[in-house]
Design a protein around this ligand. Structure first.
Ligand code: FE
Length: 238
């Protein structure tokens, strides 16, 4: 996998070329790449204004129906959400054949549950094990697997997370309250417009014989980004 970064190396050049290269599809899908430079300090209000200006222009010219835009945003805010991903993870925990398929071809395995579409066309599942903990970031902007996790949380898009996840992943995990054993390898994956990652967390102990429906309650959004762990059975609703 070419865009996996070990704890201490990060090739941003490589990322940038792939990320902001010739793939214009992301732009067509309302993704927030705008060719900005890397001074992220004050980009948000400006980007907000640019998005609004673009939206009014498109509406004015009759290219876009504002109602259609609202429906898309509403869908990913409330309808998709991270529960799709939780269903994928729970099924992988409960069904070894599905787990194997997910790790081999996440796009197809996830699509078999009906989760497809924007920002989820090329999915890769990363399995957490006793030896490896995976964590996902988009160092340049906010690439995120919408089809399984909905819209990204605010911190995922923040400059501190995007830079520190690569420079000091253990420090970031610490702030999220996640303790990863010192001897565990930490892998940080850089999302791009082409590839979106879903972390398959370790199945919590004490859940032997649980159904997928029951397991699903233990899967948190952050556990599928790698900045959290699944709930323990004691935390689950009865
Ligand atoms: Fe991005």
């Amino acid at each position: 996998m070419s865009n996996q970064h070990s704890e201490h190396e990060h090739n941003e050049q490589d990322h940038g070329e792939r990320h902001h290269g010739t793939n214009d599809r992301a732009h067509d899908q309302g993704h927030d790449h705008d060719g900005h430079d890397h001074d992220h300090g004050s980009e948000l209000p400006e980007m907000d204004l640019r998005v609004r200006a673009l939206e009014s222009l498109l509406v004015e010219k009759g290219y876009v129906d504002p109602k259609a835009l609202d429906i898309i945003i509403q869908t990913y805010e409330s309808k998709v959400g991270p529960r799709n991903g939780a269903r994928v993870v729970a099924k992988a925990w409960a069904d070894p054949a599905f787990r194997d398929w997910l790790l081999r071809d996440a796009t197809a395995a996830i699509a078999s549950l009906g989760y497809t579409g924007r920002q989820g066309e090329h999915m890769v599942a990363l399995e957490n094990t006793e030896r490896v903990h995976n964590m996902v970031v988009c160092t340049l902007c906010s690439c995120y697997p919408w089809a399984v996790l909905g819209l990204p949380p605010v911190w995922y898009k923040s400059a501190p997370y995007r830079s520190r996840a690569v420079i000091d992943p253990r420090g970031v995990l610490d702030e999220f309250g996640v303790k990863v054993a010192e001897d565990k390898e930490l892998r940080v994956w850089d999302s791009t417009a082409e590839i979106r990652y879903l972390v398959l967390p370790q199945r919590p102990a004490g859940t032997e014989g649980w159904s997928a429906d029951r397991l699903e309650q233990l899967v948190t959004r952050d556990s599928m980004i790698g900045t959290g762990l699944p709930l323990s059975p004691a935390d689950a609703k009865p």
